[in-house]
Structures are given as structure tokens and as C-alpha cells.
Design a protein around this ligand. Structure first.
Ligand SMILES: *[C@@H]1O[C@H](CO)[C@@H](O)[C@H](O)[C@H]1NC(C)=O
Ligand SMILES: *[C@@H]1O[C@H](CO)[C@@H](O)[C@H](O)[C@H]1NC(C)=O
Ligand SMILES: *[C@@H]1O[C@H](CO)[C@@H](O)[C@H](O)[C@H]1NC(C)=O
Length: 370
């Protein structure tokens, strides 16, 4: 048996004391995906995800209250928001209260003080066998779209304010929210998909997965393409750090012998949000990517004059962009640690377990976030 528990990392970080156990069937599922044999199912009979299974937790700097759970009667509180309204959606077996979501929330509120960040918690539908969770994403996308429509139609906010950020299945969810909004005559301005989920989506048609028409800008960061992440370009602008599949500082594991696994097997998949947190903290001239094809990237002949920073949330450039990163924080090449200001409380806290490849079972359990 594996001594897997979420307690170690959750308790150290989050005020809510969540104690999670990953059930054995999910763990097996996880390894099957890692080995590239995600279960394909033709038809699943299941009930729809309902509104009460999703929590929209909004955060802002000012005014009070700084943190609220949105419901149908308190949306007025967001009226007058001057900055972006950012939805952050987690992936499989994850929650909206995990370390990276809160770090990313803090990064947004620091860089863009007038923003509102909404953590979308869909923990229960995300804690199913992968193929079930991968179907639940349609409903979650619709529920996010419904929330946006309410916020806009009641004349509180405008469409260009919204940015949907999602990791893995959360990246796919953001796409489904965009599709739904389009059907309702509203176009989402920007989606940021952090290593959007690949398994089972790579075999679905374009309209059943994240694609470049889901928003005006679909900004995708690929860090584990072909394994947990979606391999091919699927946005209007696609970033491929270190080529987009294997990340430096992440180790490979022996997929034939699960009991030997001590290293973080979704290290590559998690890098997408680790890079993006730094990118939001440093939106200009940081993690700068060059326009390139895979062919020219491998030959180091990218276009040196066509560049874009990974955290540039104003860019409308399109195409494939490549960059190299450091093995650990700070990820930006040629950055002097002392001068970036990014090693704040949150980064330090996450560094102590995030990339610690030797840090045992708690760390490993935490990695099972797809
Ligand atoms: C909605 O949230 C507010 C607090 O923001 C709370 O006072 C109210 O009771 C909630 N309403 C419902 C129907 O849950
Ligand atoms: C490089 O990018 C610049 C700016 O987008 C463009 O004008 C130029 O034609 C590109 N060069 C090549 C060789 O593609
Ligand atoms: C990494 O994990 C090892 C083993 O659990 C531990 O001894 C070490 O202090 C950790 N390093 C950091 C930076 O947390």
C-alpha cells in the first residue's frame, strides 16, 4: 500500500484543512494515463454536474469583502470591477484551494491590483475516474459560461474583462465555456490554457476540445505534450517551453514498476503553471519566447525578432513560440535571483516542496493533478 495523503502539503499551506485520499482506482487510472493507455469509452451514462457541485470563490484586493463565494444574490458585489475578471480552473483530482491556484491568484492580484480572481472549484466531479472527469468538463464549461452571462447581462461587467485560465482538464473546460458563450452570441476575449489535457481529447474532434476559435486569443502553454498534456498546437498562440514535452529538472520514472516511483511523475505537466505564475509576476521581458517551428527550434534557428513574453496578456500575436528555461526557479534564463522580486512568500513556500524531486510520498501524492 502507498502511504499517500494530501495532508502534508495541504496543511502547510491552506487555511482550510482538507484531508484527501486518492482512491486506488484513481491511482491506477493515473498510471495508465502516464503509460499512454487511458481508458477509452464510447458511451458513459451519467448524470449532469449541477450548479451546487461548483464553487466560484472570488478574491480581490479592494474593497471589502476581499473574498466571497459567489451565489445568485451577491453578484452585485463585483459591479464596478475595473480590472480583469480571471477565472482559474483546476484539473483532475485537484481543487481550487491547492497551492498553485492560490499562488497564481496572489500573482494576479499583485501585478494587477484592480483584478478580481475567481477560483472555480469542481473538486467532486474532478475526483472521478479520468474518463468520467473528462466528460464532466462539458458541464463545468457551461456552468462557467452561465456565470459569465449573468455577470454581463445584469450590466455589471463587460466581455473584454474576462480571462479564463485553466490547467489540464481546466484548460479544456475553459474552451467549453468559450464554445458555449459563442453560441449565446458572446465571444470570450482570452483563454490561457496551461498544458491542456491530452488523453482522450487528442482523439476527439476539434469541436469537442480546446481549439483556436474558443476565444479571440487562445494562449496555450505546452509543458507535457503527448503525456498528460495536449501535444499539438491548439491555440491562436502556442508556447513550447523547452520544446513543450520534457522539462529540465524533471525526472523520468520507470512506468513498468509503480512501486519504484518516488519522483514527481507529473513534474512536466505542472511546469506549465509554475512558469505561468512567474510570467504573471513578470509580464514584460521575462520568459520571452521566439517564433519558431519544431524543426527550426531543434536547429536553434528561431526568428530572433518575432518574440513575445509568456505572461503578456495583451498580445494578439499568433503562431508557435519556443523558449528555454532554467531547471528550477527562477525559470527565466539569465535572471539574477535577487533582482526579480519573484521569490516572494508564496514562491518560497512552494519551492520547498514543488520541485523537490526527492521529497517522497506526500510530494508524489500531490503530483496527481491532471
Ligand atoms: C449569498 O452570499 C451571501 C454572502 O456573500 C450570503 O449572505 C447569502 O446568504 C448567500 N445567499 C444564498 C442564497 O446562499
Ligand atoms: C521574423 O519576424 C519578423 C517580425 O514578425 C518578420 O518581419 C520577419 O519576416 C520574420 N523573419 C523570418 C525569416 O521569418
Ligand atoms: C527535499 O526533500 C528532502 C527529503 O524529503 C528533504 O530532506 C529536503 O529538506 C527537501 N528540500 C527542500 C528544499 O524542501
Amino acid at each position: 500500500m502507498w502511504p499517500i495523503t494530501f495532508a502534508g502539503f495541504v496543511l502547510s499551506l491552506i487555511t482550510t484543512n482538507v484531508l484527501c485520499e486518492i482512491p486506488l482506482d484513481l491511482r491506477k487510472d493515473f498510471f495508465n494515463i502516464y503509460k499512454g493507455v487511458a481508458v477509452q469509452t464510447k458511451e458513459v451514462t451519467k448524470s449532469h454536474v449541477t450548479r451546487d457541485q461548483v464553487i466560484f470563490h472570488a478574491y480581490r484586493n479592494e474593497p471589502e469583502p476581499k473574498s466571497i463565494v459567489l451565489n445568485d444574490t451577491n453578484l452585485d458585489l463585483l459591479k464596478g470591477t475595473k480590472g480583469h475578471v480571471i477565472f482559474i480552473t483546476h484539473g483532475w483530482t485537484d481543487t481550487a484551494y491547492s497551492e498553485w491556484v492560490l499562488s497564481l491568484k496572489d500573482a494576479f492580484l499583485k501585478t494587477y491590483p484592480n483584478d478580481v480572481v475567481i477560483g472555480v472549484d469542481w473538486k467532486e466531479p474532478a475526483n472521478q475516474l479520468y474518463y468520467v472527469s473528462s466528460i464532466n468538463v462539458f458541464d463545468i464549461g457551461n456552468l462557467i459560461a452561465d456565470m459569465i452571462v449573468k455577470l454581463v447581462d445584469e450590466d455589471k461587467l463587460t466581455m473584454p474583462q474576462f480571462i479564463l485560465v485553466g490547467h489540464s482538464l481546466g484548460g479544456q473546460i475553459s474552451g467549453f465555456a468559450g464554445k458555449r458563450l459563442k453560441k449565446l452570441g458572446k465571444t470570450l476575449h482570452r483563454i490561457v490554457a496551461l498544458d491542456p489535457a491530452g488523453p482522450l481529447f487528442d482523439v476527439r474532434p476539434d469541436d469537442k476540445r480546446l481549439n483556436p476559435t474558443d476565444a479571440e486569443v487562445v494562449h496555450v502553454i505546452h509543458s507535457d505534450g503527448g503525456s498528460f498534456g495536449f501535444k499539438d498546437a491548439c491555440g491562436t498562440i502556442d508556447f513550447f517551453p523547452n520544446g513543450g514535452d520534457f522539462q529540465p529538472g524533471c525526472t523520468r520514472v520507470d512506468i513498468l514498476d509503480i512501486s519504484t516511483v518516488k519522483d514527481p511523475v507529473v513534474c512536466d505537466h505542472e511546469r506549465s503553471y509554475r512558469y505561468f505564475i512567474e510570467a504573471v509576476q513578470n509580464p514584460v521581458d521575462y520568459l520571452v519566447a521566439k517564433e519558431c517551428s519544431e524543426w527550426s527550434y531543434l536547429r536553434k534557428i528561431c526568428n530572433e525578432t518575432s518574440t513575445v513574453s509568456m505572461g503578456d496578456l495583451t498580445t494578439t500575436k499568433t503562431g508557435k513560440y519556443y523558449l528555454e528555461t532554467n531547471r528550477e526557479r527562477p525559470y527565466n534564463k539569465n535572471t539574477d535571483k535577487a533582482s526579480t522580486g519573484l521569490l516572494d512568500r508564496v514562491s518560497k513556500a512552494s519551492k520547498s516542496f514543488g520541485d523537490n524531486v526527492s521529497s517522497s510520498w506526500n510530494s508524489f501524492a500531490k503530483k496527481i493533478h491532471v
